[in-house]
Design a protein around this ligand. Structure first.
Ligand code: PSV
Ligand code: MN
Length: 388
């Protein structure tokens, strides 16, 4: 197995984008649980994200959600981020909260609704120019609840047409990433339910369009690492939305439900050339922290990704390939499992210290008094929430 020092240069390339909405109040379909100290505007969300980066060195950018993060002056928001040591990242569109989108957005049969949804995306692209963002991420709530409700084929065709118009506005150096999800809020069918549909749509658009894989958006038992391998093989894996799920789209802390699955995914990412500065695969979190504090929730999350990345980098690929060639089934499996069971936490703590970071970022945050400070300072105003 490679030594830890052999993988430390690769580890230094890790960058995990944080979602601005992770810092706002969130909840379930049944209740939103307000927390003290939650940001009241996008500037405070950026400050929280920057805190995560300051303590971990892992989260140099923040994804924005439009219109939740609309501000008068995006250049000022960008400067604010840069002053705090982070960049503004992916712009997420939102066509799931307006009354107009009840029966769909980009796939709607209503011309005026489709126009509204397309214009919203064009506005997002305009914002990307101001924020310096590379990626426009599209997740659609489009779908139907009942068989016969709408024509499945016509919806797919309209979606393709709408996406074409949006794609035409994507500039040089920018990308469109299309996320899939197999259910919710539409339950009979969704218009982009799986990687195959997303792939078919983005392949038709062109080379600046990619698939976004949200780990929570699969049926139980799905072999997600196979999908990762296939999309990398096809050159169309654009980004990850990392989170954990126990049953459905829970948006829980990545690596919490099944660290082994995260490991397996990262093994395929590295195998397929999807890891590192020039890979073109963006690592993002898509999570909400409903019952735990948000900043430490995000710190835990990026550390979980880092830990499984380190283990995946430590996989002895030569030994694995030799065992595979020899048809040594159990030998290959034990090489694989050896990497997964390697406890990298002490090495990572030392590695962090050597870079001027706290050995234990969770503890450093707890001891910093920062949480108490924001809870005392952020009084008045209205708190940001998932959906605001
Ligand atoms: C809804 O499922 C969702 O979580 C999607 O995964 C998006 O990425 C996210 O919301 C933000 O729009
Ligand atoms: Mn997502």
């Amino acid at each position: 197995m490679p030594s830890f020092s052999e993988v430390s240069a690769a580890l230094a390339q890790q960058a995990i984008e944080l979602p601005s909405w992770a810092f706002g109040n969130s909840g379930t379909r049944f209740r939103v649980f307000p927390q003290a100290g939650v940001p009241r505007d996008p500037f405070e969300k950026i400050a929280d994200a920057a805190k995560v980066h300051e303590l971990t060195g892992l989260a140099p950018s923040v994804a924005l959600h439009i219109p939740w993060d609309e501000v008068e002056d995006f250049a000022a928001l960008r400067r604010h981020a840069e002053d705090l040591g982070v960049a503004l990242g992916t712009i997420n569109s939102n066509t799931f909260q307006d009354e107009a989108y009840k029966l769909g957005s980009l796939a709607s049969q209503d011309d005026a609704v489709r126009r509204q949804a397309i214009e919203h995306h064009l506005r997002c692209i305009e914002i990307m120019g101001e924020t310096g963002s590379r990626d426009l991420k599209i997740w659609l709530a489009d779908g139907t609840n009942y068989p016969g409700q709408d024509d499945l084929r016509a919806r797919q065709d309209r979606l393709a047409e709408s996406l074409q118009e949006i794609y035409a506005a994507i500039g040089d150096g920018q990308r469109l990433v299309l996320e899939y999800k197999f259910f919710e809020p539409a339950f009979y069918h969704t218009d982009v339910p799986d990687w195959g549909t997303s792939y078919a749509q983005v392949a038709a658009l062109g080379e600046k369009a990619f698939v976004c894989l949200d780990t929570g958006h699969h049926a139980p038992g799905t072999n997600i690492e196979f999908i990762v391998m296939q999309l990398l093989r096809l050159g169309k894996l654009g980004s990850f939305d990392f989170n954990s799920r126990f049953y459905a789209d829970d948006d829980l802390i990545v690596g919490a439900a099944d660290p082994f699955q995260l490991f397996r995914i990262l093994v395929e990412v590295i195998r397929g050339g999807g890891y590192g500065e020039d890979s073109g695969v963006a690592f993002m979190l898509d999570q909400c922290h409903n019952i735990e504090k948000k900043i430490p929730g995000q710190i835990r999350s990026v550390l979980n990704v880092q830990e499984m990345t380190a283990r995946a980098l430590l996989l002895d690929r030569d030994a694995l390939a030799a065992a595979q060639r020899a048809g040594d089934v159990l030998g290959a499996n034990s090489v694989y499992m050896d990497a997964f069971y390697r406890d990298v936490r002490p090495d990572l703590a030392a590695w962090r210290e050597s870079r001027g970071l706290p050995a234990d970022p969770m503890r450093a945050y707890a001891e910093s008094g920062h949480q108490e400070r924001i809870e005392a300072d952020r009084i008045g105003g209205s708190q940001a929430g998932w959906g605001a």
